[in-house]
Design a protein around this ligand. Structure first.
Ligand code: ACM
Length: 263
């Protein structure tokens, strides 16, 4: 299965321009699943609830989800992408999953990071995994990685590939994901962004790039640079992620000692 990410620098607030950029990057590419960054079409650093309200969209009826569904249908590909979601008077940091049939489903970020807590509600969907012709695909968003329970929950639900839209600012994730993949025997596609946003003076956020695709054996199959725009594609075999045995005696899910663990 040809798995990919697209790392780039979204321009804050310019949804149409960012979506057009994605469409032109993906159009000629030979791939089956692509992961885009968290908030890929809006930018990240909101400074007021009015701004959030203005740039958020209902899912699946908003323009961004429709554009992704159309791209998925036209190319016959699966896409996972992050966007701010509006439902009633609440906002969520969400990701949508689209495929050749159109909209498939969405996930709301469980663990909000930093000032996201000012504007967004914590996700209430729980983790989700979809069984598709290209594999069992689960989603977590950015800071969810910091909590081992996220990837573990997805692995216990049967995910073979974790699609991981991100807007990373801390330096740890790229080197931590091989451990998440190893301890759960899953693939992960982390799609981060690049660039700096300083929408209020003195509050600059620099995004660290280094998007990557990691194997269940902790191999970094591809990794982008810190500051480059990059569409990277690698052939993976999701079925290998359903084998949780390390040797004839150890199976990393069956060997868990829930009778001993706290929490
Ligand atoms: C993050 O969750 N955007 C760091």
């Amino acid at each position: 299965m040809k798995a990919a990410f697209y790392q780039f620098t979204p321009s804050f607030g310019r949804k149409e321009e960012n979506i057009a950029k994605v469409i032109s990057a993906v159009k000629g590419a030979d791939l089956e699943l692509i992961v885009l960054p968290e908030f890929f079409a809006t930018g990240y650093q909101f400074t007021s609830i009015d701004e959030v309200a203005d740039l958020s969209e209902p899912i699946p009826d908003g323009n961004t989800t429709k554009a992704l569904s159309d791209l998925s249908k036209e190319k016959g590909i699966y896409i996972v992408a992050g966007l701010p979601e509006k439902e009633g008077d609440k906002f969520y940091n969400s990701a949508v999953f689209t495929g050749p049939e159109g909209f498939i489903g969405s996930y709301r970020k469980t663990h909000l990071f930093f000032e996201e807590k000012l504007y967004f509600s914590p996700g209430d969907t729980g983790f989700r995994v979809w069984d598709t012709p290209i594999g069992k695909i689960g989603i977590m968003i950015c800071f969810d990685w910091f909590f081992p329970e996220s990837a573990r929950s997805l692995a216990l639900m049967g995910a073979e590939v974790i699609a991981h839209p991100a807007n990373l600012v801390l330096p740890f994730c790229p080197d931590a994901m091989p451990v998440r993949c190893l301890e759960n025997r899953v693939y992960a596609i982390t799609a981060n962004r690049t660039g700096t946003e300083e929408r209020e003076e003195g509050k600059a956020l620099t995004f660290i790039g280094k998007s990557e695709i990691v194997s269940p054996k902790a191999e970094i199959l591809v990794r982008a640079g810190e500051d480059e725009e990059a569409l990277m594609i690698v052939d993976i075999d999701p079925k290998t992620a359903s084998d949780k045995s390390l040797n004839p005696f150890n199976d990393i899910l069956k060997d868990r000692r829930e009778d001993i663990y706290e929490g």
